[in-house]
Write a protein that binds this ligand. Structure first.
Ligand SMILES: C[S@@+](CC[C@H](N)C(=O)[O-])C[C@H]1O[C@@H](n2cnc3c(N)ncnc32)[C@H](O)[C@@H]1O
Length: 456
């Protein structure tokens, strides 16, 4: 593998006798992982139906290595949100953030959603997850992944960190900053990362990271935990950013948390003025474990001001507007999802509790999308389907993972059907995939056009 010369020269100076082991790791295949989504399936049930050859990732209970030949991204279970494919080392960050059900959590640099979906899984649909991405096209992909995984308590925004910091001062219990970086840890996986890299870009990244980290820190409540992570080896972007940040912000400290086997410590000899405790941050090296390069620092806010007053979102209060939704839900669902409703145009959402007002922010998804309120009827959304189980609906249409019908459904084709008219939750082996609507012996396909598999 051809690596940038300035990069190898720098790593040789940093790693000294360890360099040979490090550089030899580039001759090995990249590690690939998937993480089971227990919002949709228990670990025990996944192990029963799992069609792939998988082995455990040591630092995350629900993470597994898979073999490239298995291609889990091309399986109907992927579309049903039973797992998220994520680089194994990247699974360390949400483990160390350790979010709890009921908390308020921010994922600031979140697309495509690896850490967000991991955080949401740990929160178990309880609490409020604000997941943000600055680039609009990437924010849409993030939003799709939130939907596919059946997450109900997340709000997706498309904002610059400084704009969120104005709105959410000292608000969150936990904050994830998976900062944009020079990507050295992804060289084995991503050829583009190798061509885009330069010594100058490392420096630019470090400046931007410090700025993002400061904005993120302003949104953490006193006593809260912040995780900063990158997928690069560059000390400037790792120990350097953390040390500079702690020199400026006296209400923060490095939290000494337990790592996992194969993790090693931050390197204080690689930066000027290292922060106290920098060796308690984590480095994941491709020659020391089965995963790509990653860095994770866990910080705690020790003190600081909390604003007295907050402006909360105003839920919709006109029950007339809910009429068609309630009629649909009573006819088709065993239990009507209730809570604080929000209408964005004709789109109906349930918003997480304790959500602050979203006015003037770029919001991609203000909560759990239930569907569209049309003149005299309600059309259920894909996000509603993906977060329901087959037991929660009146009508289900079950397909087996090996059937031709499941492929036809994912390609957007109609299926021949008998049964009463109405909306059917289509599932694969019992796990929801989307909607179909039966009338005149046909199940009309409502799998979203943008997600359909191409016909071959
Ligand atoms: C390492 S990636 C995030 C990966 C994601 N956390 C995951 O686990 O799937 C960093 C993200 O930061 C975004 N980003 C770029 N510039 C940014 C900025 N100035 N402020 C905030 N985020 C930025 C990038 O678009 C990118 O999606």
């Amino acid at each position: 593998m051809e690596l940038p010369k300035d990069f190898t020269a720098k790593m040789q100076v940093l790693l000294k006798s360890e360099y040979d082991a490090f550089i030899n790791s580039y001759d090995h295949p990249k590690a690939q992982g998937l993480r089971v989504n227990t919002l949709k399936i228990s670990l025990a049930d996944f192990e029963k139906i799992n069609p792939f050859s998988i082995t455990k990732i040591p630092w995350t209970r629900k993470g597994f290595y898979y073999r490239a030949a298995d291609r889990p991204g091309k399986h109907p279970y992927h579309e049903a949100g039973l797992y998220y494919m994520q680089e194994p080392s990247a699974m360390a960050a949400a483990e160390l953030l350790d979010p709890q059900p009921g908390e308020k959590v921010l994922d600031l640099c979140a697309a495509p959603g690896g850490k967000t979906t991991h955080i949401a899984e740990k929160m178990g649909q309880q609490g409020f997850l604000l997941t943000n991405e600055i680039i609009p096209s990437r924010a849409r992909i993030l939003s799709q992944n939130v939907e596919r995984m059946g997450i109900k308590n997340a709000v997706v925004t498309n904002e610059a960190p400084a704009r969120l910091a104005e709105r959410f001062p000292a608000y969150f219990d936990r904050v994830m900053v998976d900062a944009p970086c020079s990507g050295e840890g992804m060289f084995r996986k991503d050829p583009e990362a190798r061509t885009e890299w330069s010594l100058a870009s490392v420096k630019q990244c470090a400046v931007r990271q410090l700025d993002i980290l400061r904005q993120a820190a302003a949104m953490l409540r006193p006593g809260g935990r912040l995780v900063y992570s990158t997928c690069t080896f560059a000390p400037e972007e790792n120990e350097g950013v953390i040390s500079q940040f702690l020199q400026q912000e006296h209400h923060f400290e490095i939290e000494a948390v337990q790592g996992y086997q194969g993790f090693s410590g931050g390197r204080k000899e690689w930066v000027e003025d290292p922060a106290v405790g920098i060796e308690k941050t984590f480095r994941l090296w491709p020659h020391q474990l089965q995963g790509e390069g990653h860095y994770v620092a866990v910080l705690r806010r020790t003190d600081g001001e909390e604003p007295g007053k907050r402006k909360y979102v105003k839920p919709m209060s006109d029950p007339k507007l809910l009429k068609s939704y309630l009629r649909f839900a009573e006819e088709h669902l065993s239990e009507v999802p209730m809570g604080e409703f929000l209408l964005f145009g004709d789109q109906l959402y349930l918003v997480p509790k304790e959500m602050l007002a979203l006015e003037k922010l770029k919001v991609v998804r203000p909560g759990w999308h239930l569907g569209t309120i049309k003149k005299n009827r309600f059309e259920p959304s894909h996000a509603l389907a993906l977060a329901l189980t087959s037991e929660q609906v009146q009508y289900r249409w079950s397909l087996s993972k090996d059937s031709l019908d499941v492929l036809a459904y994912l390609k957007g084709e109609s299926l021949s059907a008998n049964g009463p008219k109405g909306w059917y939750l289509v599932d694969v082996d019992g796990y929801s995939l989307g909607w179909g609507k039966v009338s005149d012996q046909v199940l009309k396909n409502h799998y979203p056009k943008g997600l359909r598999w191409a016909s071959v």
